[in-house]
Design a protein around this ligand. Structure first.
Ligand SMILES: C[S@@+](CC[C@H](N)C(=O)[O-])C[C@H]1O[C@@H](n2cnc3c(N)ncnc32)[C@H](O)[C@@H]1O
Length: 217
């Protein structure tokens, strides 16, 4: 997004948020793009989402931003990396949001219903998938049974730095390592699969690094 529009958007920029943002940039922690965040937060307001599941906490940046919208928002967020988890807990405590954000230290693929506080009363209103890109289909299949009808799934990084969906000759030039090729192929397969899911209406948007927004029908 060009900076002119970005500067017009008023996301919360308190000192904790500024510190977290700087920490993420200085330490190469991948956090949601500024534009993606603006869109995600507005989706939450528009849909009045209160029960949110996030897969991929990192240092808690997006979870804190989401929870700051409204004191009635409850977020379950999953992180498998112990260092990231500890930093997220520190930041969440600092933001005084420990009653609103529940961090689950586990590999997302091993999370069960019992780990998810949000399922106790009713399903999630919104699921934000932002962890290992190669596992998106598995995360989607594992967690969408806990999404209520009319709920939303947002997936981030579906263009993967612009490498997804390139014409073959461009891809051959830019996607050179075996690992990267495998990852790009996986994301392309996921996008294709998601676009065909019958129980969902999905939009693919050129926001940030590419986002999908699926509504459960
Ligand atoms: C892109 S970052 C999340 C950024 C965060 N949502 C934000 O915008 O502030 C992805 C995180 O997912 C975590 N992760 C990756 N695969 C995971 C898995 N299978 N289970 C749980 N966490 C995972 C990584 O350790 C990393 O911290």
């Amino acid at each position: 997004m060009n900076d002119y529009f970005l500067n017009l958007n008023s996301t919360n920029k308190n000192s904790l948020i500024k510190d977290m943002y700087r920490y993420a940039k200085d330490n190469n922690v991948p956090i949601i793009s500024d534009e993606g965040l603006v869109y995600l937060l507005q989706l939450i307001r528009l849909t009045n989402a209160k029960k949110i599941l996030e897969v991929g906490t990192a240092i808690g940046y997006s979870a804190i931003q989401m929870a700051m919208i409204d004191e009635n928002i409850h977020i379950d967020t999953i992180e498998r990396d112990m260092d990231a988890y500890n930093i997220a807990i520190f930041n969440i405590n600092k933001a005084k949001l420990n009653n609103n954000i529940h961090v689950i230290l586990k590999d997302g693929l091993t999370v069960t219903k019992n780990d998810l506080m949000g399922t106790k009363n009713y399903g999630y209103d919104l699921i934000f998938i932002d962890a290992a890109k190669a596992q998106y289909k598995n995360f989607f299949n594992l967690f969408t049974p806990y999404l209520k009808k009319g709920g939303i799934v947002v997936c981030d990084n579906l263009m993967f730095h612009g490498l997804v969906g390139l014409p073959q000759d461009e891809k051959d030039k830019q996607v050179t390592t075996k690992n990267l090729k495998g990852l790009v192929r996986k994301i392309e397969e996921f996008n294709e699969w998601l676009s065909k899911q019958k129980g969902y209406k999905t939009d693919f948007l050129r926001i940030g690094d590419g986002m999908s927004v699926s509504v459960k029908l």
